[in-house]
Design a protein around this ligand. Structure first.
Ligand SMILES: [Zn+2]
Length: 398
């Protein structure tokens, strides 16, 4: 009954938002809550704890364990609210004019709430293929939590046929997203009194050479690189995000740290671009630093990476997603999700489709529309129907 469903979604979302699961906190109270809820329908999940023992992902199978099924995937962590000006308590669900306000309502506790609200219906269905729930932690800090789960799934005897990642896309069938690679370059210079500048190694100025080269390459790509107009930014991007260096006007700085990132259209493009920049810096910048003092130089470290998602528009999972969503079109998004990792780490095809808008994510007064949550509920209802009549991705029986 749709009214019951709306009430269930509202109650579950209210409970989920009340857990402060900003990525640097434990998500175990929220996982406990989900486990208790599932237990009331006789369903048991499997926890995958992280090394700290303070965070867990949850893997749930409803239906036949020995058959390949479909995954509904969401993350349980949210971004911080510090420094943001909210009209109400971000960890208390507020309903106004058909919208639910609160941290994570769009990204992406709204989707998790809908999945959980559908559990009674999923549990009642005579499933020929299982429906899985995958709830991860630490997505917002580089898709960290889902990786151990995916390595396990990749080696499992029976692997899911496909995954729907419920990041906010306004329920658009999203078949691709960019991949990202982030690098920190730490310049080790040689300090001296600024009146003796030529005898020092100016870490900030050498860092500026790197930044200028990153900017030159970014412009080159924007002007002449590959384009895909399904993306809002239709090309690969490259930029410097942070710079920290120098201590005083009269000291040649001996330290500068620069963080830069690439977001690429193709699966491994982001890493290829940052690797090329590292090679260039080692060849063009570092020798001049070392000529003054061999202890000077540049250290590079990877600080974040996830692969792009590139599903073919003709893939059976994409066709199924369109049938379940009642849409003919598909989209591509510039923001990253766990979907690319489902493909690359576990060989599980994935499509991104979820309620709400990325425009509201990470912002104060984040919200999701009830109507979108209900549309998502309809999507899952059709998915469950598919899983009662099919053991594959084949065409949906209307
Ligand atoms: Zn998200």
């Amino acid at each position: 009954m749709p009214n019951d469903r709306a009430a269930r979604i509202r109650r579950l979302l209210s409970d989920l938002v009340a857990f402060d699961t900003v990525s640097d906190r434990s998500n175990l109270p929220l996982i406990d809550y989900i486990e208790r809820y599932l237990a009331s329908f006789g369903i048991t999940g499997r926890r995958i704890l992280d090394d700290s023992g303070q965070k867990a992902s949850l893997w749930v199978t409803i239906g036949p364990e020995d058959k390949a099924g479909l995954v509904l995937s969401g993350h349980t962590d949210v971004v911080p609210v510090a420094g943001q000006s909210w009209s109400s308590n971000p960890f208390e669900l507020v309903e106004r004019e058909g919208r639910f306000y609160g941290r994570g309502t769009a990204d992406m506790k709204g989707f998790v709430a809908v999945c959980l609200a559908m559990v009674p219906e999923i549990a009642r269905a005579r499933l020929a293929m299982p429906v899985h729930l995958a709830f991860s932690h630490d997505e917002e800090v580089g898709c960290v939590g889902v990786r151990p789960l995916l390595r396990q799934l990749g080696g499992a005897a029976v692997k899911p046929l496909g995954c729907f990642v419920g990041e906010p896309t306004h329920m658009q069938v999203t078949i691709a997203h960019k991949g990202k690679h982030g690098v920190r370059a730490t310049f080790r210079g040689q300090a001296c009194h600024s009146s003796l500048a030529p005898s020092g190694v100016n870490a900030v100025e050498y860092a500026a050479d790197l930044i200028a080269e990153i900017r030159r390459r970014a412009r080159e790509i924007a002007a002449h690189g590959e384009r895909d107009d399904l993306y809002d930014v239709p090309h690969t991007t490259l930029l410097t995000s942070t710079v920290h260096g120098g201590t005083a006007l009269n000291i040649v700085p001996d330290h500068c740290a620069v963080e830069f990132e690439a977001r690429g259209l193709r699966a491994s493009e982001a890493k290829e671009l940052t690797d090329a920049i590292i090679d260039w810096a080692k060849a063009e910048i570092e020798p001049a630093m070392k000529a003054v003092n061999p202890d000077c130089g540049i250290d590079f470290e990877e600080i974040l990476e996830y692969p792009a998602l590139e599903m073919g528009s003709e893939h059976a999972l994409v066709t199924l997603a369109k049938q379940l969503a009642g849409r003919n079109s598909h989209a591509k998004v510039s923001f990253g999700t766990e979907a690319g990792l489902f493909v690359s780490l576990a060989g599980i095809p994935a499509v991104v489709i979820g309620p709400g808008s990325i425009a509201q994510a990470h912002k104060p007064d984040e919200f999701v529309e009830l109507s979108e949550l209900l549309t998502c509920g309809d999507f899952i209802e059709r998915l469950v129907a598919h899983c009662t009549t099919h053991r594959d991705l084949g065409d949906l029986v209307q």
